[in-house]
Design a protein around this ligand. Structure first.
Ligand SMILES: *Cc1c(COP(=O)(O)O)cnc(C)c1O
Length: 462
């Protein structure tokens, strides 16, 4: 290529104004939200990097698909378009639509787990963990050692520790009915999994006769990392790599709010007839008839188009470069973050950035409050608030204290990102003055969504 600037591979047809606020307004909004950024009103946020889930901009082709949506209750044309797209990309025989990823997890764990079971994963996403534990089973994370160290540069930090997987299965005969692999590894820093590692997990699961399901939320970004980082794939189309990834598994759960490029939706797909039948029976009870599964016909159309757009090489090149661009600026500014950058997000390392705040005072959470207060930026803590709460009610600090800046797909431009970098550089100058928080009130699971907090001391935040 002659020029090195990688541009947004689209032009903007519709705009949505965003609102500027003063620091005093943001301080009041934080207090009203009980110091939990999940409880802020979206209108009070300037740059919303809370999640890349369902927050993307749809293309003209997806909107055209929405108009084609067939709202027939059973056997809608839109379902068959959806089933064709998912089947074409994943190769799985049974395609079961759900309203989002966690519904697919809920149905799968219900069909496959019983109390006392163990589910190995490179690292469970929070909803996956909660669904596994809801069935009385144990969610066992088996990341490779490099995945636990935010500073180690490794091309596939999302890989699973294959020896640990083999041991977990051997040491627990009859108690591992399902092996999962999260691609890319969201909780571990948006890090990819190599094709070689997927092959390894697949071989072990098959040798023991255990079904292997991929949590496929960011399968397209993962395919791009395989193409650019793993030997022998540089000339392959992302869709071919994706097909090979899925061919190694027995099924997948998917949130179409990620690499489905849609605002809502998900699916469960698999080869096995018996498991599929059990899942469909639950689906009818909790989601809807098997040809719509809690979605409108137009949602199914948007996903059918979006799955292919997520695999477009121009899009993926821009998508991964977008995050890398931010990462380069952060590294240059000396801001601690997980390296290398993930596919959909940048993970600030609050443990290193705010060493004066112990895990019991939630450094990542405190940092998320300061980002909002300083610049109207909303980001999500992925640390001891999200993972510290144990099923028995006790508290155990998480391995990592991260703050995730997740990037919505096709929404923000490079100048938005330059602004975010400027705010982060400012926060770097006040970092030693940031204080921790305590929990005032919390639910018994997934507490980060609704818990109420209070600042521990006056100063920055309070
Ligand atoms: C988002 C996500 C889920 C859950 O999907 P929802 O659509 O939010 O219910 C599961 N696993 C991973 C890795 C995710 O990123």
């Amino acid at each position: 290529m002659k020029f090195k600037t990688i541009i947004e591979p689209f032009r903007i047809k519709t705009v949505e104004p965003i609102r500027q606020t003063t620091e005093a307004e943001r301080a009041a909004a934080l207090q009203a939200a009980h110091y939990n950024v999940f409880l802020l009103h979206g209108e009070d946020v300037l740059i919303d990097l809370l999640t890349d889930s369902g927050t993307g901009a749809m293309s003209v082709y997806q909107w055209a698909g929405m108009m084609r949506g067939d709202e027939t209750y059973a056997g809608a044309r839109s379902f068959y378009a959806f089933e064709r797209a998912v089947g074409d990309i994943t190769g799985f025989r049974h395609v079961i639509p759900t309203h989002q990823g966690r519904a697919a997890e809920h149905i799968l764990t219900g069909a496959m787990l019983k109390p006392g079971d163990i589910v190995p994963n490179n690292r469970h996403f929070d909803t996956t963990r909660a669904n596994v534990e809801h069935r009385g089973a144990t969610a066992l994370d088996l990341p490779i050692a490099a995945g636990l160290d935010p500073q180690v540069l490794h091309p596939f930090k999302g890989n699973m520790d294959l020896d640990a997987l083999e041991r977990a299965i051997r040491d627990n005969p009859g108690r591992v009915p399902l092996v999962m692999l999260t691609i890319t590894n969201n909780s571990g820093g948006g890090q990819p999994v190599s094709l070689e590692n997927i092959r390894g997990v697949s071989a072990i699961a098959r040798r023991h006769g255990i079904p292997f399901f991929i949590d496929a939320c960011r399968f397209a970004e993962n395919a791009w990392f395989i193409r650019t980082r793993e030997d022998g794939h540089a000339d392959r189309a992302p869709i071919d790599i994706a097909r090979e990834m899925f061919s190694l598994a027995d099924g997948c759960t998917m949130s179409a709010k990620k690499d489905g490029m849609a605002n809502i939706g998900g699916f469960l797909a698999m080869h096995d007839d018996a498991i599929a039948e059990r899942c469909r029976n639950t689906l009818i009870l909790t989601e809807g008839f098997p040809t719509y599964g809690g979605l409108a016909g137009y949602d199914l159309e948007a996903i059918a188009v979006g799955l292919y757009e997520a695999l477009d090489p121009d899009y993926l090149r821009y998508r991964i470069r977008f995050v890398e661009y931010m990462a380069e600026k952060m590294v240059a500014a000396g801001i601690p973050m997980v390296r290398p950058a993930g596919g959909h997000a940048l993970y600030l390392d609050a443990k290193r950035w705010l060493p004066h705040i112990p895990p019991t005072e939630y450094p990542g959470w405190a940092l998320s409050l300061v980002l909002y207060l300083a610049g109207g930026i909303r980001a999500a803590e992925i640390g001891s608030v999200m993972f510290g709460q144990q099923p028995d009610g006790s508290e155990k600090p998480a391995d990592l204290e991260l703050v995730r800046l997740a990037f919505p797909r096709r929404v923000y431009t490079q100048s938005h990102m330059d602004y975010v970098c400027e705010v982060l550089e400012h926060v770097n100058t006040i970092a030693p003055r940031i204080r921790g928080v305590r929990i005032v009130e919390q639910p018994s699971a997934l507490r980060h969504f609704t818990a109420k907090f209070a600042p521990l001391a006056p100063g920055v935040i309070a």
